[in-house]
Design a protein around this ligand. Structure first.
Ligand code: 13P
Ligand code: SF4
Length: 300
């Protein structure tokens, strides 16, 4: 199946991008695996005619925002993100009416229609650079309350947090972290900023998924407890075959990130089914906030 996919990718002049949480067999066939920021940048730079996005819906939408002339395929259209579904443009406008005018920093894990109303986007890799780049001292951050609380802990700005969250990261408990630390006392604990503050307070490092891979590569440590979705363990193990990686909890599995199978990629490439296209009325304002984010990251 991997050979069939590689053949079809060539025939369609397509590139296959996979998020670090995708199943191992998808990561293995991809042209590029990465965190949300790396995948957004790649989607903005590629000259391929077709982008096959193995991730969830908001990621394919971001690719469509950046590359409207390309065909963007999400091989399983029902791969969504529960956190992205916790905000709507109408609810955001109501919140701004209540708070008064202020810049809105929106995590890429959000619908295109919300990005379109936002000042700038961010990912877990660049949230601090984005927040610090704004002149204003009061900001509304959407939709992840945990990422907002992490940003607030690292800046003097006042941050109003939208009350969304990632169900997979939010449910991790301090007891699970303590149990993992007791089982692997030699290991460094890396946590994703989608985890709650009580978890981040226990972490040795707070990083995006690719940030975790970079730390594992460069650190003197030989063992790591991984405080994010367990799909990352495959990428970590591949990057550092002689180091040990332990999931912080067996329950950190995102069902939406496991919805794309090799068969779906083949079908999508054969039929061009699963197209994601953001309408121009939403895409143009959303592009502003995504581009601003990429510009800040490039300059930081
Ligand atoms: P990053 O890979 O950007 O850290 O994102 C995590 C995530 O939850 C994506 O859905
Ligand atoms: Fe959404 Fe969480 Fe799954 Fe990422 S891990 S796609 S934030 S539900």
């Amino acid at each position: 199946m991997k050979e069939a996919i590689r053949r079809l990718l060539k025939k369609r002049r397509a590139i296959l991008l996979a998020h670090n949480y995708q199943p191992p067999e998808i990561q293995e066939v991809a042209d590029l695996c990465g965190d949300s920021l790396e995948l957004s940048i790649k989607a903005s730079e590629t000259d391929a005619a077709v982008i096959v996005f193995c991730g969830v819906h908001f990621m394919a939408e971001t690719a469509s925002i950046l590359s409207p002339e390309k065909t963007v395929l999400l091989p399983s259209l029902n791969a969504g993100c529960p956190m992205a579904d916790m905000i709507t443009p109408q609810a955001l406008l109501a919140k701004l009416a209540e708070l008064g005018p202020m810049p809105v920093v929106t995590y890429v894990n959000s619908p295109a229609s919300v990005k379109a109303l936002s000042t700038v986007c961010c990912t877990s890799a660049n949230v601090l650079a984005v927040v610090n780049c704004l002149d204003e001292s009061e900001i509304l951050m959407t939709p992840d309350r945990n990422l907002a609380s992490y940003a607030a802990s690292q800046t003097t700005k006042t941050i109003h947090a939208w009350q969304g969250y990632c169900p997979i990261h939010d449910r991790l408990t301090p007891e699970e972290v303590t149990a993992a630390r007791t089982a692997h006392p030699e290991a460094l604990f890396m946590a994703h900023p989608e985890c709650r503050k009580v978890i981040l307070d226990l972490a040795d490092a707070v990083l995006s998924t690719s940030g975790m891979i970079r730390l594992a590569r460069t650190s003197q440590h030989r063992a790591f407890i991984v405080g994010t979705e367990s799909g990352l363990i495959h990428a970590l193990q591949k990057a550092c075959p002689d180091k040990a990686f332990f999931p912080v909890s067996a329950s950190m599995i995102c069902p939406d990130m496991k919805k794309i199978h090799l068969e779906d990629v083949i079908r999508s490439l054969e039929t061009l089914e699963g197209q994601v296209k953001v309408p121009e009325s939403v895409r143009v304002p959303a592009l502003e906030s995504v581009r601003r984010m990429i510009g800040i990251t490039a300059g930081s």
